[in-house]
Design a protein around this ligand. Structure first.
Ligand code: ATP
Ligand code: LTN
Length: 332
């Protein structure tokens, strides 16, 4: 039987951070065993927020090298950049004609990002979820590993797919989200009520970048905002900072919350923060080692992108053609 299809994307809009890893990338690696996976560097999504062109290109190459170092098998699966495969934009246009303004205005990411970038509320920022739906639906995807912040977008992809199928027959598979128990919403270390995001201010200690030096990771965790009650207890409303650290520690070590509370009973926050930092550092260590070996090899990375684009092109062809035929474009 053919393997089920997994698709996911990550933006090269900065350097990847711990939330990306625990919420999404780790699952990307795990799913490779049982599924046929397409993993995409979604550079077209990134330009919905103004980027420096040189930084965007560098970030995309860094990200590719990171993904390979984290264990993505580019030979067995498909690893590529969105802008290299035309079908993403082609299908996004068709789907935009089956998506309502009202639906897009309800997206919380649009509202957040419009507030953050008041001077550049462009149409791409608004139709961002349509492009994401196209990414997913192009491949007959069944499972989409994402962090919790993306569930609303995935729900909209399902709605668009069902709406199109209702009108024209079974063109698209209706995808499901794949979300694990822990790590799925990592909050900022300085602002534990907001999700950690790679496009936050890199100068602050709010974001743990996956490529940070171990010393810097330790420092950021030591400076993490907590509370004055000095007990390690999971209570997200009352103790957002400590709860975030418990969630991170649990995601990395696999221990559950009550065991963690017991482990650090009476230990104080200093000791706990150091333990969380050390667990994160040792999880990342082998990835960083590999990254340092491959990042400078531009030809190696470009070859992977070229091959990935060809494979993605071929994989998208069938559904792209069906969607065009369904709406009545001339078939040759
Ligand atoms: P940006 O801030 O540039 O929008 P981002 O850091 O939020 O980027 P994306 O590239 O948009 O990251 O997302 C890649 C994957 O990482 C998505 O599946 C997303 O759900 C997940 N993710 C992002 N931030 C977090 C977080 N703080 N906790 C858990 N998962 C996250
Ligand atoms: N919107 C996602 C990135 C993304 C994505 C996708 C994730 C673009 N296309 C398709 C899963 C499937 C984000 O901001 N995290």
């Amino acid at each position: 039987m053919a393997q089920k299809i997994v698709f996911s994307g990550i933006q090269p809009s900065g350097s990847p951070q711990l939330g990306n890893y625990l919420g999404a990338l780790r699952n990307w690696v795990a799913l490779q065993e049982d599924y046929s996976c397409r993993y995409c560097i979604v550079d077209m999504h990134s330009i919905t927020v103004r980027q420096s062109p040189a930084a965007l290109e560098k970030n995309a190459r860094d990200l590719l090298a990171f993904l390979i170092s984290a264990g993505l098998d580019y030979k067995k699966h498909i690893l590529y950049a969105q802008s290299h495969v035309r079908a993403h934009a082609q299908l996004a246009w068709i789907l935009s004609c089956f998506t309502y303004m009202g639906e897009l205005s309800r997206m919380t990411q649009f509202k957040d990002k419009s507030q953050k970038h008041e001077d550049n509320i462009n149409a791409g920022l608004f139709t961002y979820p349509v492009l994401m739906a196209a990414d997913i639906l192009l491949f007959g995807t069944e499972l989409v590993p994402i962090g919790e912040d993306q569930t609303q977008h995935l729900e909209l992809s399902r709605t668009i797919a069902a709406r199109f199928n209702n009108l024209y027959g079974d063109v698209f598979k209706v995808p499901e989200a794949y979300i694990t128990r822990t790590g799925t919403r990592v909050m900022g270390l300085q602002e534990p009520t907001r999700k950690m995001s790679k496009s936050d201010d890199p100068a602050s200690a709010n974001v743990v970048y996956l490529l940070d030096e171990p010393k810097s990771i330790l420092n950021k965790f030591k400076r993490a905002v907590t509370d004055s009650d000095n007990t390690v207890r999971f209570a997200p409303e009352e103790k957002p900072g400590i709860s975030n650290l418990i969630n991170i520690y649990s995601a990395v070590t696999g221990k559950d919350f009550t065991d963690i509370e017991k482990e650090f009973e009476g230990a104080g926050y200093g000791k706990f923060k150091t333990a969380v930092a050390e667990a994160v550092i040792s999880e990342l260590e082998p990835i960083i080692k590999k990254y340092n070996e491959i990042r400078a090899d531009a030809a190696f990375l470009d070859d992977i992108l070229k091959e990935g684009a060809q494979k993605a092109d071929a994989a998208a062809e069938d559904i792209m053609r069906k969607a065009q035929k369904a709406v009545g474009f001339i078939s040759l």
